[in-house]
Design a protein around this ligand. Structure first.
Ligand code: COA
Length: 153
């Protein structure tokens, strides 16, 4: 049984989430470090304010997370806020947890009063398209082509 908790109420999970995120995405952000990832997530201290992070939990274990942040892709600061850092631990994938995290992040952004959400992805367009996100532009992140997608809330 999966439940969703706010990272704001579980600061002891900041380090493990930072480790997942850095291992998965360091190639997209040249110069980024695991310590920087930890410091960023350490600022997600309010479940009702951006930046904020939701954690999927099974039993007592964090198994995935998603964030809503003000900025995510250099050069695209005119779009905000962003759904970012969606991650599910490999052994927990294909059980609907990714979908659940996206829907909870969308609900959170709507609750906070956002009118739209944005994200960028190098390879998961189909996953998001199935959840009613639309591709609105193509961009480049660290020399890798990415799609920018949005969802009206
Ligand atoms: C993308 C990710 C979060 C999906 O998590 P998940 O818990 O496996 O997702 P779900 O179980 O909710 O997926 C629901 C459905 O979405 C679709 N889907 C999932 N991953 C997909 C992919 N890579 N491409 C296309 N469709 C995908 C499938 O239809 C899936 O159903 P299935 O279980 O029958 O395959 C996970 O694969 C992950 O953490 N990947 C590494 C990090 C990453 O790429 N994050 C996104 C960055 S933009």
């Amino acid at each position: 049984m999966i439940r969703i908790e706010s990272l704001a109420s579980r600061p002891e999970w900041v380090r493990v989430l930072a480790h997942w995120h850095f291992a998965e995405w360091h190639g997209l952000y040249p110069g980024w470090t695991a310590e920087a990832a930890e410091e960023e997530l350490g600022q997600h201290t309010d479940p009702e304010r951006i930046p904020t992070t939701l954690v999927a939990v099974e039993g007592i274990e964090p198994v995935g997370s998603v964030s809503v942040v003000e900025r995510d892709l250099p050069g695209w600061d005119h779009l905000s806020p962003w759904l970012a850092s969606l991650f599910v631990r490999p052994e927990f994938r294909h059980r609907g947890i990714g979908k659940l995290l996206v829907s909870q992040a969308v609900a959170k952004a709507r609750h906070i009063g956002c009118e739209a959400l944005y994200l960028f992805t190098p390879g998961q367009q189909e996953f998001y398209a199935a959840l009613d996100w639309q591709v609105i532009a193509q961009a480049v992140a660290a020399a890798e082509p990415v799609s920018i997608m949005s969802k009206r809330l």
